[in-house]
Design a protein around this ligand. Sequence first.
Ligand SMILES: [Cu+2]
Length: 164
Amino acid sequence: MNFSKKNHEHKNENVINVSKKVILSVAVIAALGLTSCKDETKKETTEAKTEKSKDMAMADLSFGVRGNCGMCKSTIEKAANSVDGVASANWDVDKKKIDVSFDDTKTDAMAIHKAIAASGYDTDKVPGSEDAYKGLPGCCQYDHEMMMNQSGEMKSKDHSNHDH
Ligand SMILES: [Cu+2]
């Protein structure tokens, strides 16, 4: 009979549809599994890299940078950290001095001086960009004559204010 044949065909179609769905979900699961595996591999690689960079020769550098306040500190440190290869940067508001630790296979001292100067701050080697300085908040527009790279001792030995 025609009717029953049609019904049978319909059933077959359903079976095909179901198996398609099964294949699809298996493929999705497999893909998900692959992705998560990849993610784990990526993580491991990053961790290995971090460990490697610890073993690499890191150079430590300290130099004078003028500035006034906590906002200056974040601008200066952000500028230093933006240099590829810089691992850490810490500017001391009292001493007007920055301590930078960097990978000397990736960058050098001058690149760090220049990055800080570009953000508007004088270093003891590179004068700060005037345009960037003008854009700094008023409280951050430090005195260009300010002493930098001071230690407590240097401060007390400073005779620059005396007339001889
Ligand atoms: Cu400031």
